[in-house]
Design a protein around this ligand. Sequence first.
Ligand code: HAM
Length: 504
Amino acid sequence: MAEKKKFQAIKGTRDLLPPETELWNRVEQTAREVFGTFGFGEIRPPIFEPTELFARAVGGETDIVSKEMYSFEDRPGGLPDPANVPPEDYTAAVEHAMKTGQIPNNEYSLEILKFQLGNLAARNQLPDQAERAYLIWRYAATSLTLGESLGLRPEATASVCRAYIEHGMHAWPQPVKLYYTGPMFRRERPQKGRYRQFYQIGAEVLEMVPPNQDPAKNIGKDAAVDAEVIEMVMAFFARLGLEGVKLEINSIGDRECRPKYVELLRAELMKVKDKLGPDSQRRIETNPLRVLDSKVESEQGIIAGLPKIADHLCANCAGQYAEVKRQLGMRGVAYAENWRLVRGLDYYMRTTFEITARGLGSQNAVCGGGRYDGLVELLGGPPTKGIGFAIGEDRLILSLQEAGKGGVAQGRDVFVAWMGEKAQATAIAAAQKLRAAGFRVELPPVEQKFGKALGQADKLGARYALILGDDEIATGQWTVKTLADGSQAKMSEAEFLEMLRKSL
Ligand code: HAM
């Protein structure tokens, strides 16, 4: 007998079950409606892409890419099995596949194969070593990385930009406004509100920059786009009744002013290096901006005294930031400025923002976003502006539930309690009609004594029990029991439908 194995969802992943999934659907439906009113259309990019896309877009040095990505080697297609062909032929096949672009060009792997081939030829001269040498060659051949590295997406902005380029969306009416919903994957330490498979609802606005456009001329327009995107998320949260919503904004400058600020920050941090923890010490070298993100208690006083980016923005960035704030004001969107908001992805410039909500503990960021002009270009497309955000749907749901806003319509509208063969035919017909009219109906597959049937109707949270027995069939007068108060009434099928329509 096969050994019994208990399978469980992998750590950091979970099953979303009814009735909670009703709430997930309601949230996603509301997003579709609200985003639709702002002119957004849905994009559904694939869940895996070349690892390099994320490394390029999000940044190879970021935690998300360097520590948290789920990546795997795609099986290289079109190559012979090394066990079935002579080693020289296999090596030649690999070289050919690399040259013709069937598999990624990987000189290192090819070099190892050729080296082992030489090794094999040398050892073949010694009769007692030939077999061993062949096995070593085969081990090398089968364990080399020859396929493309693919990654489960840790976020979707990179995919949306890739799609913008791939489908020539710069030729669509600009700006292109897209939204998405779906799972993302990051190998983080699981805790409340933090999962390894989590769900985002995100939106992006992309707009090709016309040739010779003066960047200073469009500061007002960009700021209005930023403010409208933020206004849209806030409208969505308001529609859901999310509580304790706080919006924080910042500007992190651009290619012009940020490098100078980063150097200044690095110099200041070097002066206090000894007082910082190991993570921040390391970041002085790799990414000084991320030191501002530190939650380490003993570093807070030091960070408070560091130079603030707002004082070092170039004229264009400062002008744009001021205009974003004015635009948010015009739209009635309340915000707080947080100069330490730098975000953990490399593609941002100028506007960044984060939204927190109540009831989430330490993982309280329910939405993050910002502007990323230049990202499409970095991925090989035309000069393009971009701004967007992603909402952590798991956290959004959690916050709604904690505030008692997670209520979903449970149970059934009608439980059909039937007894007798004739009654079954009527019960099936009744269930068909009721379902076609949109009501949720439970029809037991076998007849049950009425007492038992009513007990089950109660357990399922049904509103009404439709009782169909010999009497009801003979007279055409159905018995309808209201389960909340136990009252009972006789009525025709048409009257029952009418009553349901009015009461539900
Ligand atoms: P992000 O800040 O990395 O930004 O993620 C956005 C939101 O996803 C977070 O605020 C959080 O609510 C949720 N989230 C992130 N990681 C987890 C996790 N492990 N478990 C549960 N929820 C999580 C981005 O992903 C950018 N692509 C946003 C963006 C779009 N920027 C411009 N356009």
